[in-house]
Design a protein around this ligand. Structure first.
Ligand SMILES: Cc1cc2nc3c(=O)[nH]c(=O)nc-3n(C[C@H](O)[C@H](O)[C@H](O)COP(=O)(O)OP(=O)(O)OC[C@H]3O[C@@H](n4cnc5c(N)ncnc54)[C@H](O)[C@@H]3O)c2cc1C
Length: 402
């Protein structure tokens, strides 16, 4: 079977009701996964997911699909390892082929500081349940024969960390698998319905105002990606989030196999090969916050230059497509999940440039929070009030390109 062959996806579209137990705003991976786990783990199906465009039209259908747990602080390693584990069993659980592929992820170091970072990453990963080894340049070459270890003379590869469970999965298939699984169990997913305001009783949120009329709910969850500050503002919540565009691009087909995911935190780029053979590349966010979906030549020029430094064969390929998403960047590069201080309104946010990998664990944990009314232990460190309590979760390993 290849990616163009597929069984028909069984999605059932119903008319919106005027009232639900739970309304989830945003039909990206995070919103749909929460709906799926509410239905499958807790039997809560009087749930609506409201999506202003089509499901997966946001960052969940625009990312570079990298899944990993090689973070730099214990809380993050544990959380993302849970997600890695859920991804590994998602095909069997949903009976959907999400094209999950374990490839291994190499983070190369070019100087002493980089070596210290990668050694520390391997140690903290091992201590908290994720398999990452520190490896020599010769081992890097074995895993990635195409690499120029001299880094064009400027960026020599002195060592690396190797994260065994680094993997990829087809992003829109993940969205569809969760949507189908939730809808089959009675969850309503509504496309082309935009939330334009909150229904309130005093400070409490009691539902949403939408382009299809008011809908009441016991709980409203925001899962709107880069639009989160606007939505939270409707509920009276101010978030420490800035929205930054992030671009990525693919080349034409590379006829040889490129097995691993390769990243250089110092050169600010990462690359992997898609199932079609294209070389898929990502880089850093645009420094200027905005909601712009525009793309630019500057990114192509700088990222291509950096990539060729380590992988000279890329020089012979052509860039095919370039695109942009708008990322909800938190100040400590960690997600914000849970209660907001406003009754009836919760969020899963701050997913920035790193949230595709977090979809299963965040969906599972947010579903538990909704079902029990209590914050699960795994996500307690990621609560919004950490900023007020001076307990930020700063982790430079959060985004491989920062
Ligand atoms: C170029 C790029 C590369 C990336 N690479 C990676 C990667 O390799 N690995 C990784 O882990 N992460 C990566 N990410 C980040 C990842 O894609 C996101 O963090 C993740 O997809 C966020 O999912 P979400 O469900 O929170 O948001 P989204 O997928 O953006 O979904 C939010 C949805 O809410 C809808 N919405 C917004 N406002 C409203 C409203 N008022 N009413 C109704 N609906 C609304 C939007 O239309 C959208 O569909 C990347 C992101 C980009 C842009």
């Amino acid at each position: 079977m290849n990616e163009f062959q597929e069984r028909k996806i069984n999605l059932t579209w119903r008319e919106p009701k005027r009232s639900y137990d739970v309304v989830i705003v945003g039909g990206g991976g995070h919103g749909l996964a929460a709906a799926y786990y509410l239905a499958t783990r807790h039997g809560i199906t009087n749930v609506a997911v409201l999506e202003r465009n089509y499901i997966g039209s946001g960052n969940s259908g625009r990312n570079t699909t990298i899944i990993r747990a090689n973070y730099g602080i214990p809380e993050s390693v544990k959380f993302y390892q849970r997600s890695v584990d859920l991804y590994q069993s998602l095909e069997a659980e949903t009976d959907r082929w999400i094209m999950h592929k374990q490839k291994g992820l190499i983070n190369v170091a070019h100087n002493e500081a980089g070596l210290r970072t990668e050694r520390a990453r391997a140690a903290v990963n091992a201590a908290f349940g994720s398999k990452t080894d520190f490896i020599t340049p010769a081992e890097v070459k074995k895993l990635c024969p195409q690499i120029d270890l001299s880094g064009g003379g400027e960026y020599p590869v002195l060592g690396a960390s190797y994260h065994h469970s680094g993997s990829t999965a087809r992003h829109d298939r993940v969205v569809w698998a969760y949507a189908e699984g939730a809808m089959q169990r009675g969850v309503d997913v509504h496309q082309r319905i935009s939330v334009t305001g909150m229904l309130k009783d005093g400070d409490k949120v009691t539902g949403v105002q939408t382009t299809a009329g008011p809908i009441s709910a016991k709980v409203v969850m925001s899962a709107v990606g880069g639009q989160v500050t606007q939505l939270a503002d409707m509920a009276g919540v101010r978030l420490p989030i800035r929205s930054h565009p992030l671009q990525a691009f693919v080349t034409n087909h590379y006829s040889l196999s490129f097995e691993p995911i390769l990243a250089s935190p110092a050169l600010l780029f990462y690359v992997s090969q898609t199932a079609r053979g294209e070389m898929l590349m990502g880089a850093e966010i645009d420094r200027q916050p905005s909601y712009s979906y525009g793309t630019g030549h500057h990114l192509l020029q700088t990222t291509s230059y950096r990539a060729i430094t380590l992988l000279p064969f890329l020089r012979d390929l052509r860039i095919l497509r370039q695109w942009t998403g708008v990322c909800d960047m938190s100040p400590d590069y960690s997600p914000i999940m849970g209660f907001t201080g406003v009754e009836g309104f919760i969020i899963t946010s701050g997913w920035g440039t790193w949230g595709f990998k977090g979809i299963p664990a965040s969906g599972e944990q947010m579903a538990e929070l909704i079902a029990t009314g209590k914050t699960p232990e795994l996500i307690a460190p990621f609560a919004l009030d950490r900023f007020a309590r001076d307990r930020t979760m700063a982790d430079r390993g959060s985004a491989g390109t920062h």
